[in-house]
Design a protein around this ligand. Structure first.
Ligand code: JCQ
Length: 239
């Protein structure tokens, strides 16, 4: 019933961090989800507590040792998927968050240095996932983002209004622009249609805005959206 997150890290003080606040923090307090943190360094064998070493074949940076990572995983792994946050991973998306929210939980391995010895990734079936094409100094901030994306989907975490907003984004377009009071601010007026009380006209305007902004900012989403044949009926391009 409680969704379980286990995190393996060299920097346990980074958790729960922002996930201890707001919606996620309340859900953590009420047992909707749980978080256990494992210090990878606790699973070293030598008196210097060595977690990494130089890469075979030479090159810059250090690599996390497979024996240390394996011993740390033995402490938490129980059939839940093991994910490692890495720029070389498959791109994480909303559908992945939805999938993870529907299972028992997840084990997140936070890498540092140049990476993790490939043998433990292969032996443990660790899935490498990326949040985007940039390099962080460690997997921890990415793990926090991934967990936020999942936790907000757990039953009872988010309100009904937010769930509705979720729906509209999941349909493949970016959100239309939002406005609230005052109706005029610094000489800038809210679009008249939004004050018209004409719900059909409002919906049509928002749809146009969503399509336009998606075309310009995210041509990749726009192509996928049209390939899925969304909106063709309503726009009169199909019988
Ligand atoms: C995650 N997008 C970027 C950095 C190596 C496991 O090996 C490494 C992990 C990191 C941290 O993750 C990211 C990241 N999604 O930088 C270098």
């Amino acid at each position: 019933m409680t969704w379980r997150a286990s995190v393996l890290t060299l920097f346990p003080a980074m958790f729960p961090g922002p996930l201890g606040q707001s919606l996620a923090g309340r859900a953590l307090d009420t047992g909707v989800w749980s978080l256990d943190i494992t210090q990878i360094r606790d699973f070293t064998q030598d008196r210097h507590k060595t977690v990494d070493d130089a890469p075979f074949g030479g090159g810059a940076g250090m690599v996390l040792r497979p024996d240390v990572i394996d011993a740390a995983l033995n402490h938490v792994a129980d059939g839940r998927p093991i994910l490692c946050l890495s720029p070389r991973g498959r791109r994480f998306c909303q559908a992945d968050a939805v999938h993870l929210s529907a299972i028992d939980g997840v084990v997140l391995l936070c890498g540092r240095y140049e990476g993790i010895d490939q043998r433990v990734i292969d032996a443990r079936g660790i899935e490498e996932v990326s949040l985007g094409d940039y390099v962080l100094s460690g997997g921890e901030p990415a793990a926090l983002v991934l967990l936020d994306a999942v936790i907000r989907l757990l039953p009872g975490v988010m309100g009904a209004a937010d769930s509705a907003a979720e729906e509209s984004f999941s349909h493949g377009l970016l959100e239309y622009p939002h406005y609230t009071r005052p109706a005029e601010w610094c000489g800038r007026r809210v679009p008249d249609v939004l004050l018209s009380g004409n719900h059909g006209a409002v919906a049509a305007w928002r749809r146009e805005q969503s399509e336009e902004i998606t075309q310009h900012r995210r041509p990749d989403l726009w192509v996928a959206y049209n390939a899925a044949s969304h909106g063709l009926m309503t726009k009169g391009r199909l019988p």
